[in-house]
Design a protein around this ligand. Structure first.
Ligand SMILES: [Zn+2]
Length: 235
């Protein structure tokens, strides 16, 4: 099994540690040729000034560099439907999307305005969504970890690699190094339930310690630059 870290552009934020908040996606390729994508990046028509997409980045170009096209993807793990994570669902017409039931119901209720930014991309009748409840194994070595808090039904992903060992994709539960401390971590305006964020942070930190897992933080330009990014991979 291989894990590729995909470069899906940047969120524009002056306060990022090195002036950059990467939008991070992931591709897991199993030994039997199953392709599992984790998140799809922001929509092309997002409000100007919100995101930037350097040449060669973005989900289509990053997959193309691996000789893949969107219809080669079998599963898309949707961590949540924020615009920087769900902007291109409609490209993955052959995939089954896997999402927490609570998040899917929240999105359907249309009560969180920021989920509307990418809605034209995920709210499509021809896309296949499978809902799951809580922690679940998607495939051998690929586990969904329910981490509500940032938003209801957010999920993180644990990938068990043969050589590297376990890698925990924390996504927006732990986006920066300073968010690794469950009790004293900062919150942002996008963390809708601070108590839930603290509990989910504790859950991930404990899991990583137990499993001796590498935590990949969700939007960390400093860590990101130290990691192997596609077309390189972890195996
Ligand atoms: Zn995010």
């Amino acid at each position: 099994m291989r894990l590729y870290l995909l470069e899906l552009g940047n969120i524009r934020h002056d306060w990022a540690p090195n002036g950059r908040l990467p939008v991070q996606g992931y591709l897991i390729r199993t030994d039997d040729g199953t392709n599992v994508l984790v998140d799809t990046g922001f929509p092309a028509e997002a409000p100007p000034g919100m995101f930037e997409l350097p040449p060669g980045q973005g989900v289509v170009d990053q997959l193309a560099a691996l000789d893949l096209i969107p219809s080669d993807i079998h599963y898309v793990i949707c961590t949540h439907l924020d615009p920087d994570h769900a902007g291109n669902h409609d490209l993955f017409t052959e995939a089954e999307f896997v999402i927490q039931r609570s998040h899917w119901e929240l999105a359907q209720a249309d009560s969180v305005p920021r989920l509307r930014v990418a809605k034209p991309h995920w709210d499509q009748p021809h896309l296949k969504y499978r809902t799951v409840d809580g922690d679940a194994e998607l495939l051998p070595g690929i586990e969904l970890i329910e981490t509500s808090g940032h938003i209801l039904g957010h999920q993180s992903v644990l990938v068990r690699l043969p050589r590297t060992g376990p890698v925990l994709l924390a996504i927006d539960t732990i986006t920066q190094e300073k968010a690794l401390d469950p009790e004293n971590r900062p919150m942002t305006n996008y963390d809708l339930d601070p108590d839930g964020v603290r509990a989910s942070t504790r859950k991930l930190v404990d899991l990583a310690r137990r499993e001796n897992a590498l935590i990949v933080r969700g939007h960390d330009g400093v860590q990101w630059d130290t990691l192997r990014r596609a077309p390189e991979y972890y195996d």
